[in-house]
Design a protein around this ligand. Structure first.
Ligand code: DX5
Ligand code: ZN
Length: 224
Protein backbone atom coordinates (compact mmCIF):
# COMPACT_ATOMS: atom_id res chain seq x y z
CA UNK A 1 0.00 0.00 0.00
CA UNK A 2 1.33 3.45 -0.91
CA UNK A 3 1.56 5.92 1.97
CA UNK A 4 -0.64 9.01 2.08
CA UNK A 5 1.23 12.31 1.90
CA UNK A 6 -0.74 15.45 2.56
CA UNK A 7 1.04 18.46 1.11
CA UNK A 8 -0.38 21.93 1.76
CA UNK A 9 0.49 24.25 -1.11
CA UNK A 10 2.42 27.17 0.35
CA UNK A 11 1.19 29.27 -2.57
CA UNK A 12 -1.89 29.93 -0.42
CA UNK A 13 0.15 30.83 2.66
CA UNK A 14 1.13 34.28 3.90
CA UNK A 15 4.43 34.64 2.02
CA UNK A 16 5.53 37.38 4.43
CA UNK A 17 5.50 34.78 7.22
CA UNK A 18 6.58 31.72 5.31
CA UNK A 19 8.59 30.08 8.11
CA UNK A 20 5.79 30.31 10.67
CA UNK A 21 3.21 29.22 8.06
CA UNK A 22 5.35 26.16 7.31
CA UNK A 23 5.64 25.35 11.00
CA UNK A 24 1.89 25.79 11.44
CA UNK A 25 1.17 23.32 8.62
CA UNK A 26 3.53 20.71 10.07
CA UNK A 27 1.86 21.16 13.46
CA UNK A 28 -1.49 20.64 11.73
CA UNK A 29 -0.33 17.26 10.45
CA UNK A 30 1.12 18.00 7.00
CA UNK A 31 3.60 15.41 5.66
CA UNK A 32 5.10 17.57 2.93
CA UNK A 33 5.13 21.25 2.03
CA UNK A 34 4.30 21.85 -1.63
CA UNK A 35 6.33 24.70 -3.14
CA UNK A 36 5.11 26.12 -6.46
CA UNK A 37 7.93 27.59 -8.52
CA UNK A 38 6.72 29.75 -11.42
CA UNK A 39 8.60 32.21 -13.55
CA UNK A 40 6.90 34.86 -15.62
CA UNK A 41 8.86 36.10 -18.59
CA UNK A 42 8.01 38.33 -21.50
CA UNK A 43 8.28 35.38 -23.89
CA UNK A 44 7.84 31.71 -23.50
CA UNK A 45 6.69 31.28 -19.90
CA UNK A 46 5.05 28.04 -18.80
CA UNK A 47 2.40 29.76 -16.65
CA UNK A 48 1.35 33.42 -16.49
CA UNK A 49 2.44 33.93 -12.89
CA UNK A 50 5.54 34.53 -10.79
CA UNK A 51 6.18 33.02 -7.38
CA UNK A 52 9.36 31.91 -5.66
CA UNK A 53 12.74 30.45 -6.52
CA UNK A 54 15.81 28.89 -4.93
CA UNK A 55 16.61 31.84 -2.59
CA UNK A 56 13.27 31.44 -0.83
CA UNK A 57 13.69 27.67 -0.57
CA UNK A 58 17.14 28.25 0.92
CA UNK A 59 15.74 30.67 3.50
CA UNK A 60 12.88 28.38 4.41
CA UNK A 61 15.23 25.39 4.75
CA UNK A 62 16.95 27.21 7.63
CA UNK A 63 13.66 27.11 9.56
CA UNK A 64 12.31 23.65 8.82
CA UNK A 65 13.39 20.08 8.25
CA UNK A 66 10.16 19.33 6.40
CA UNK A 67 10.09 17.64 3.00
CA UNK A 68 9.94 20.47 0.46
CA UNK A 69 8.01 19.16 -2.55
CA UNK A 70 8.99 21.55 -5.36
CA UNK A 71 6.74 21.80 -8.42
CA UNK A 72 8.56 23.49 -11.29
CA UNK A 73 6.27 25.37 -13.64
CA UNK A 74 9.07 26.70 -15.80
CA UNK A 75 10.15 26.14 -19.38
CA UNK A 76 13.77 25.27 -18.48
CA UNK A 77 13.74 23.00 -15.39
CA UNK A 78 17.31 21.84 -15.95
CA UNK A 79 18.57 25.31 -14.98
CA UNK A 80 16.96 24.93 -11.56
CA UNK A 81 18.35 21.54 -10.52
CA UNK A 82 21.67 22.74 -9.18
CA UNK A 83 20.35 25.85 -7.34
CA UNK A 84 17.39 24.00 -5.82
CA UNK A 85 19.55 21.08 -4.78
CA UNK A 86 21.91 23.47 -3.01
CA UNK A 87 19.00 25.35 -1.46
CA UNK A 88 17.71 22.18 0.21
CA UNK A 89 14.75 21.11 -1.93
CA UNK A 90 13.59 17.53 -1.28
CA UNK A 91 11.48 16.71 -4.33
CA UNK A 92 11.91 18.15 -7.82
CA UNK A 93 8.93 17.73 -10.14
CA UNK A 94 9.25 19.00 -13.69
CA UNK A 95 6.65 19.11 -16.46
CA UNK A 96 6.76 16.53 -19.24
CA UNK A 97 5.60 19.11 -21.82
CA UNK A 98 8.90 21.01 -21.57
CA UNK A 99 11.25 18.06 -21.08
CA UNK A 100 10.74 15.93 -24.17
CA UNK A 101 14.39 16.20 -25.19
CA UNK A 102 16.20 16.13 -21.87
CA UNK A 103 14.23 14.17 -19.28
CA UNK A 104 16.91 11.50 -18.91
CA UNK A 105 19.52 14.13 -18.11
CA UNK A 106 17.09 15.87 -15.77
CA UNK A 107 16.27 12.72 -13.79
CA UNK A 108 19.90 11.78 -13.49
CA UNK A 109 20.90 15.27 -12.26
CA UNK A 110 17.99 15.54 -9.82
CA UNK A 111 18.97 12.21 -8.25
CA UNK A 112 22.64 13.17 -8.14
CA UNK A 113 21.68 16.24 -6.08
CA UNK A 114 19.84 14.02 -3.61
CA UNK A 115 16.33 15.02 -4.65
CA UNK A 116 13.37 12.83 -5.60
CA UNK A 117 12.48 13.25 -9.28
CA UNK A 118 8.86 13.61 -10.30
CA UNK A 119 7.10 14.37 -13.56
CA UNK A 120 3.92 16.38 -13.97
CA UNK A 121 1.37 16.67 -16.73
CA UNK A 122 -1.04 19.46 -17.59
CA UNK A 123 -4.74 18.60 -18.00
CA UNK A 124 -4.44 18.47 -21.80
CA UNK A 125 -1.48 16.10 -21.83
CA UNK A 126 -2.25 12.38 -22.33
CA UNK A 127 -1.07 10.07 -19.56
CA UNK A 128 0.87 7.87 -22.02
CA UNK A 129 3.46 10.65 -22.28
CA UNK A 130 4.89 9.80 -18.87
CA UNK A 131 5.22 6.04 -19.47
CA UNK A 132 8.74 6.23 -20.94
CA UNK A 133 9.91 8.11 -17.84
CA UNK A 134 8.46 5.42 -15.57
CA UNK A 135 9.61 2.44 -17.60
CA UNK A 136 13.19 3.68 -17.97
CA UNK A 137 16.03 1.98 -16.09
CA UNK A 138 16.49 5.29 -14.20
CA UNK A 139 12.84 6.20 -13.63
CA UNK A 140 11.06 9.15 -12.10
CA UNK A 141 9.67 8.35 -8.64
CA UNK A 142 6.42 10.31 -8.69
CA UNK A 143 3.80 11.45 -11.18
CA UNK A 144 1.92 14.68 -10.50
CA UNK A 145 -1.42 14.76 -12.29
CA UNK A 146 -2.61 18.38 -12.55
CA UNK A 147 -6.30 18.66 -11.76
CA UNK A 148 -6.47 22.33 -12.81
CA UNK A 149 -4.56 24.35 -15.40
CA UNK A 150 -1.32 25.20 -13.60
CA UNK A 151 -0.66 28.80 -12.60
CA UNK A 152 -2.98 29.76 -9.77
CA UNK A 153 -4.51 28.45 -6.58
CA UNK A 154 -8.23 28.44 -5.90
CA UNK A 155 -9.43 26.90 -9.17
CA UNK A 156 -12.07 24.25 -9.70
CA UNK A 157 -11.07 20.57 -9.57
CA UNK A 158 -11.34 18.73 -12.91
CA UNK A 159 -12.87 15.29 -12.13
CA UNK A 160 -12.19 14.07 -15.67
CA UNK A 161 -8.48 13.90 -14.73
CA UNK A 162 -9.25 10.93 -12.48
CA UNK A 163 -9.06 8.58 -15.48
CA UNK A 164 -5.34 9.36 -15.68
CA UNK A 165 -4.86 8.62 -11.98
CA UNK A 166 -6.78 5.38 -12.24
CA UNK A 167 -4.82 4.24 -15.30
CA UNK A 168 -1.52 5.03 -13.60
CA UNK A 169 -2.50 3.26 -10.38
CA UNK A 170 -3.48 0.10 -12.27
CA UNK A 171 -0.21 0.06 -14.19
CA UNK A 172 2.08 1.12 -11.30
CA UNK A 173 0.67 -0.18 -7.97
CA UNK A 174 3.45 1.23 -5.78
CA UNK A 175 4.03 4.56 -7.52
CA UNK A 176 3.61 7.88 -5.69
CA UNK A 177 0.76 9.57 -7.57
CA UNK A 178 0.17 13.21 -6.66
CA UNK A 179 -2.83 15.36 -7.52
CA UNK A 180 -2.76 19.15 -7.45
CA UNK A 181 -5.53 21.68 -7.93
CA UNK A 182 -8.94 22.08 -6.35
CA UNK A 183 -8.44 19.35 -3.76
CA UNK A 184 -10.33 19.62 -0.48
CA UNK A 185 -13.01 17.88 1.57
CA UNK A 186 -15.49 17.86 -1.32
CA UNK A 187 -13.13 16.39 -3.95
CA UNK A 188 -10.73 14.20 -1.97
CA UNK A 189 -12.87 11.05 -2.15
CA UNK A 190 -12.79 11.05 -5.96
CA UNK A 191 -9.01 11.43 -6.00
CA UNK A 192 -8.49 8.81 -3.31
CA UNK A 193 -10.80 6.32 -5.03
CA UNK A 194 -8.89 6.77 -8.30
CA UNK A 195 -5.67 5.90 -6.49
CA UNK A 196 -3.92 9.19 -5.69
CA UNK A 197 -1.84 9.06 -2.50
CA UNK A 198 -0.04 12.44 -2.48
CA UNK A 199 -2.52 15.25 -2.06
CA UNK A 200 -1.68 18.90 -2.66
CA UNK A 201 -4.17 21.37 -1.25
CA UNK A 202 -3.79 25.13 -1.02
CA UNK A 203 -6.93 27.17 -0.58
CA UNK A 204 -8.96 24.42 1.12
CA UNK A 205 -6.34 24.10 3.87
CA UNK A 206 -5.25 27.70 4.32
CA UNK A 207 -8.80 28.99 3.98
CA UNK A 208 -10.18 26.65 6.61
CA UNK A 209 -10.85 27.73 10.20
CA UNK A 210 -9.33 24.39 11.28
CA UNK A 211 -6.61 23.28 8.83
CA UNK A 212 -5.72 20.27 11.00
CA UNK A 213 -9.23 18.93 10.56
CA UNK A 214 -9.07 19.31 6.76
CA UNK A 215 -5.68 17.59 6.65
CA UNK A 216 -6.85 14.67 8.79
CA UNK A 217 -10.02 14.30 6.77
CA UNK A 218 -8.01 14.05 3.55
CA UNK A 219 -5.60 11.55 5.12
CA UNK A 220 -8.51 9.35 6.23
CA UNK A 221 -9.96 9.37 2.74
CA UNK A 222 -6.66 8.25 1.19
CA UNK A 223 -6.18 5.57 3.87
CA UNK A 224 -9.63 4.04 3.49
C1 DX5 B 1 -1.34 25.61 -9.28
C2 DX5 B 1 -0.44 25.01 -8.24
C3 DX5 B 1 -1.12 24.44 -7.07
C4 DX5 B 1 -2.01 25.38 -6.30
C5 DX5 B 1 -3.12 24.57 -5.73
O1 DX5 B 1 -0.62 25.80 -10.44
O2 DX5 B 1 0.35 23.98 -8.82
O3 DX5 B 1 -0.19 23.81 -6.21
O4 DX5 B 1 -1.37 26.07 -5.28
O5 DX5 B 1 -4.02 25.40 -5.10
P1 DX5 B 1 -5.51 24.95 -4.74
O6 DX5 B 1 -5.41 23.79 -3.82
O7 DX5 B 1 -6.09 26.17 -4.11
O8 DX5 B 1 -6.19 24.59 -6.03
ZN1 ZN C 1 1.66 22.78 -7.54
Amino acid sequence: MVKPKIAPSMLSSDFANLASEAERMIRCGADWLHMDIMVLSLFNHFVPNLTIGAPVIESLRKHTEAYLDCHLMVTNPLDYVEPLGKAGASGFTFHVEVSKDNWRELVQKIKSKGMKPGVSLRPGTPVEEVYPLLDDENPVEMVLVMTVEPGFGGQKFMPEMMDKVHTLRKKYPSLDIEVDGGLGPSTIDLAAAAGANCIVAGSSVFGAPDPAHVISLMRKSVES
